[in-house]
Ligand binder design. Structure first.
Ligand SMILES: [Fe+2]
Length: 314
């Protein structure tokens, strides 16, 4: 990428949050992506028709904050029709890994580069923005995204409609403990929500042009108001985040064969050994992931029999 040309700030934040709170605390942002042609329903429907089926997940938007993953109501439409009929479909949908499309990748890179510049860096790499991934969300009015966490840092941008995004501080692990974090990463992301922790939440009330920064593994839940909603998660993984994620995944596999493990960070020397082994194996099998059939098999081996829950023929 040519980083010598000027980049207009796509994302801005008030009160110096980009320097003061990033990357440890949530904060509100503003952005210039609302109305971008790549983020309008016709283009999103086209994207839904092009993406491999295992990169699209959708279900009814009428779900609980504390939603049992085994009891999520489905929507009987194909992905393109869900997008086309989102105003009335009663659905929630995510299109994953949109950075695989060249146009979307450029949009993600340009946006994050403007943040890198605002933080005083000249390139994405210098700012630690590695492994960029994008996720597009379309949801019907009055839809809920259950309580969950994501294992990456995220600028969440609201493109269209009204949304409430509530983020919880879990640094003391009182809301979600280490075992639940690992389960959320490897089995199903949904977490149990306990109303006693509601006061720890920070709610962001979003319209098109608004957004928020969501730090690594801070649990959150989301709901749309009376309009349909289009949003995008612009995510990246720093070197430290990739290390933690790999250890969580390997711990889960070892636990799956009856070997209890301590969370990352409790046994640093052992963590280093585990990481070296895990990365050697995953690098060796990486070419197999080019095929969707093999991806399903690998998910099944690594994560258990429910790993392909969002594929109807799984
Ligand atoms: Fe999320």
């Amino acid at each position: 990428m040519n980083t010598s040309t000027a980049v207009a700030p796509v994302i801005t934040a008030a009160n110096e949050s980009l320097r003061r709170d990033f990357p440890l605390k949530p904060f509100a942002i503003r952005h210039k992506l609302a109305g971008h042609p790549l983020l309008m329903l016709p283009r999103i429907a086209q994207l839904a028709s092009e993406l491999p089926r295992d990169l699209i997940e959708y279900n009814s938007g009428k779900v609980a904050i504390s939603q049992d993953p085994d009891a999520i109501p489905s929507v009987d439409l194909d992905p393109v029709d869900v997008v086309r009929q989102i105003e009335t479909a009663g659905a929630w949908m995510v299109l994953k890994r949109i950075e695989n499309s060249v146009e979307y990748r450029k949009l993600l890179e340009d946006t994050l580069l403007s943040v890198a510049r605002a933080r005083g860096f000249n390139s994405l790499a210098d700012a630690g923005f590695e492994q960029l991934e994008g996720f597009l969300f379309v949801s019907s009015p009055n839809s809920t995204t259950p309580f969950h966490l994501d294992s990456e840092d995220n600028f969440f941008v609201q493109i269209h409609g009204e949304k409430f995004f509530t983020i919880y501080d879990n640094s003391d692990r009182a809301i979600v403990d280490d075992a639940e974090i690992e389960r959320s990463m490897t089995k199903h992301r949904n977490l149990k929500f306990d109303e006693r922790f509601a006061s720890r939440g920070q709610e962001f009330h979003l319209f098109g042009g608004d957004g928020c920064y969501v730090p690594y593994q801070w649990p959150h839940w989301v709901r749309t108001a009376d309009s349909h909603s289009i949003s995008m998660a612009i995510t990246w993984k720093t070197r430290d985040v990739r290390r933690l994620n790999d250890l969580h995944f390997f711990n889960s596999m070892l636990r799956g064969i009856g070997l209890p493990q301590k969370p990352p960070g409790k046994q640093p020397a052992l963590d280093t050994l585990k990481l070296a082994f895990y990365r050697t194996v995953t690098t060796a099998i990486k070419p197999l992931r080019a095929s969707m059939g093999m991806r399903k098999v690998l998910r099944r081996i690594a994560l258990g029999k429910k790993a392909n829950y969002y594929l109807k023929d799984a």
